[in-house]
Write a protein that binds this ligand. Structure first.
Ligand code: SF4
Length: 301
């Protein structure tokens, strides 16, 4: 569904509204779930149980797929998670190395038709689980702590979906991978601070850094550049969260960054919005790969 700005008068929802409620002494995850209950009619307890289920799937799949070789649909990817898991990091922290490996592994699992949670989409499915898993493994985070941080990330993604878009076909990769990075950044900041305002700064810094990112999958497969973008974006989430933890603020408020992202998305030509007709999808190498696939009749086009 496409939300446009002319409809805002009746249905606008800002992350700032959640923060204002929090300032009145309420817990941010409660504020978000209560708002969702009002909009959907689903009781809070049920919403919480659904979030627990999703969280469990994310953690289970992160464990199962960690560093696994995958046979993806087009076979343009499938070894990235494996290579990262078996590489001794020279520059990344252990936390970032684990998160990068999970992000690559789950994105490859998605490309191999494995079980993933779309967060916010299948193409960006590795980023949020990656930070959840790294928090569990390296910070010994409890399920309750992870759940609350995950609800905050979900609320933030919901704001983006309502006021802009989370679809690559509509807004480019900034809307998919960019949203996931913003969610993951907010999740991390909430885990460490329990402060919505700081989460908004972390998310804004992450999303701003991904503005203009085009959607250009080679051959239309969610593999190249998608898998590696998961691995990169999780590090944008981690570094922007670290900045927010250090007290660095986004000059432009999060809700305004979301508006800007939507405007940028709408101004992208169709060739850069999931059609596979622009960006790296039309490089000589990409064309050659697609020709080879056609020649061997590997896929029906
Ligand atoms: S390039 Fe397109 S298909 Fe791939 S992850 Fe980004 S938005 Fe999704």
């Amino acid at each position: 569904m496409c939300w446009n700005f002319t409809m805002w008068g009746v249905m606008r929802m800002r992350f700032e509204d959640f923060i204002n409620e929090e300032k009145r002494g309420r817990k941010l995850p409660d504020v978000i779930l209560e708002r969702e209950m009002r909009e959907t009619g689903v009781p809070i307890e049920l919403l919480r149980r659904e979030m627990v289920k999703l969280l469990n799937v994310m953690l289970e799949e992160s464990t199962k797929q960690y560093g696994k070789r995958q046979r993806t649909l087009s076979e343009m990817a499938g070894e990235n998670g494996y290579l990262m898991a078996n590489h001794r990091a020279k520059m990344l922290s252990e936390f970032s190395h684990t998160a990068t490996t999970v992000a690559l592994s789950l994105a490859e699992s998605n490309a191999a038709m494995g079980r993933v949670v779309a967060c916010p989409t299948g193409g960006a499915c590795g980023i949020v689980p990656a930070v959840l898993y790294a928090l569990k493994v390296h910070m010994n985070a409890s399920m309750d702590e992870l759940l609350n941080a995950f609800i905050v990330a979900g609320g933030l993604g919901w704001v983006i979906e309502k006021n802009a878009t989370i679809s690559g076909a509509e807004g480019g990769c900034q809307a998919e991978i960019g949203t996931a990075a913003a969610m993951a950044s907010a999740l991390l900041v909430y885990y460490f601070t329990h402060q919505g305002e700081r989460c908004a700064h972390g998310a804004a810094i992450a999303l701003k850094s991904m503005l203009g990112l085009v959607c250009d999958p080679v051959g239309g497969f969610v593999e190249v550049p998608c898998v590696k973008r998961n691995g990169i974006a999780v590090n944008i989430a981690i570094s922007s969260a670290e900045m927010a933890l250090a007290g660095i603020e986004s000059v432009i408020p999060f809700d305004e960054v979301v508006e800007a992202m939507y405007r940028v998305g709408r101004s992208l030509p169709e060739s850069l919005r999931e059609t596979g007709m622009g960006g790296i999808a039309t490089t000589p190498t990409a064309r050659k790969i697609v020709m080879e696939m056609k020649k061997h009749k590997k896929f029906k086009w």
